[in-house]
Design a protein around this ligand. Structure first.
Ligand SMILES: Cc1cc2nc3c(=O)[nH]c(=O)nc-3n(C[C@H](O)[C@H](O)[C@H](O)COP(=O)(O)OP(=O)(O)OC[C@H]3O[C@@H](n4cnc5c(N)ncnc54)[C@H](O)[C@@H]3O)c2cc1C
Length: 304
């Protein structure tokens, strides 16, 4: 049988460190990590957590696992959540994922708070034996990109940190505005630095305006190059902007700006990203081909 882009792996927790008060770094190992790969700093994976009765997941490693998973009654399914590969060294069998610790209300955050070395999980991750494009990433700017805008909250901070590290390591250091909303000042992380990189941390610090407000302020403060703005009818190609239901619809716009000079990547709480999308497309008339915008989680609702 030919290799699939993603497959199911078994991983084992090796250790956990607390990067900041609300972010833990979990390092996983196990023989099967050798079979994984990652293509981009926002490469996504699905993790399967124990059910509320404590039963571990039992996802079969076969191409139609999702059909089988969905055919089980919801109460019998292992909770599945999406995370970002922060680091992968397949040869050393080391996989790193950074978890926001937002309390015990969700199976993923609860697991990350309570897990002990030796605990095991299943994960759907890119398959090293597959030689095509895994399709599980969205950071894909033109190679000679001149102007980058990143807006994120803490759930997308692992991706943003990876994006900045990749640009720095490759010596590709365009003018970059990064805006990162975090729970507190103490949740700021060490990031690369170069001339032309401007990092803005927006700490909620328990502010009454709450989740997403810092991201929305950032979108208003961001400097957008004129070349990224489209002329003509503001509603052109944007019929879905007002009708998007942030409680139900998936918010996932992918830039298609090959050869263009400006690239915006926005990810975080879905209602906030939806407002930013409206501001960028309708008020500022940025051509959507420059923008990748993704709802990573929903305030008040479990996200799968
Ligand atoms: C492509 C992609 C990549 C992602 N990468 C990461 C990553 O690397 N690290 C990471 O931590 N998250 C990441 N996320 C977000 C993560 O999937 C969600 O936060 C997820 O809802 C967490 O699951 P849970 O079981 O803890 O909570 P859920 O069961 O989904 O939700 C339970 C409750 O907690 C709330 N909640 C969920 N997340 C948060 C949060 N961050 N802060 C406050 N309240 C919250 C929900 O609104 C709900 O009320 C990513 C999401 C996507 C789509």
């Amino acid at each position: 049988m030919s290799a699939t882009a993603y497959k199911i792996f078994e991983i084992e927790l090796l250790g956990r460190t607390f990067l900041t008060p609300n972010m833990a770094r979990l390092t996983f190992g196990g023989e099967q990590v050798a079979g994984m790969r990652t293509e981009a700093p926002d490469q996504r994976v699905k993790l399967f957590f124990p059910r509320s009765d404590g039963a571990p997941s039992a996802i079969p490693d076969r191409p139609d696992w999702y059909r089988i998973y969905k055919s089980a009654p919801p109460a019998e399914r292992a909770p599945m959540r999406t995370y970002t590969i922060r680091k992968l060294d397949a040869d050393a069998r080391r996989l790193v994922i950074d978890f926001v610790l937002h309390g015990e209300t969700g199976p993923a955050s609860r697991w990350a708070i309570n897990a002990e070395p030796g605990d095991r999980l299943q994960i759907s991750a890119p398959n090293r034996l597959f030689d095509g494009n895994s399709g599980g990433f969205d950071w894909d700017p033109p190679a000679d990109i001149a102007n980058v805008l990143l807006i994120a909250d803490e759930t997308a901070l692992p991706a943003v940190a990876g994006i900045l590290e990749q640009m720095y390591d490759r010596g590709n250091t365009p003018a970059t505005q990064a805006f990162i909303e975090v729970p507190s000042e103490d949740d700021r992380q060490q990031l690369p630095d170069w001339q032309g990189l401007e990092v803005n941390w927006l700490a909620r610090n328990g502010r009454a305006d709450g989740y997403g407000a810092g991201m929305i302020r950032s979108a208003q403060a961001a400097v957008i190059p004129e070349t990224a703005v489209t002329g003509g009818d503001a509603d052109s190609g944007c019929a879905d902007i007002d009708s998007l239901d942030v409680d139900r619809d998936i918010l996932w716009d992918r830039a298609s700006a090959a050869g263009d000079q400006f690239y915006g990547w926005v990810a975080g709480e879905t209602a906030a990203v939806s407002q930013i999308r409206k501001h960028f497309l309708k008020d500022l008339r940025i051509d959507r081909k420059h923008l990748t915008m993704m709802g990573y989680w929903r305030h008040g609702k479990p996200h799968v």
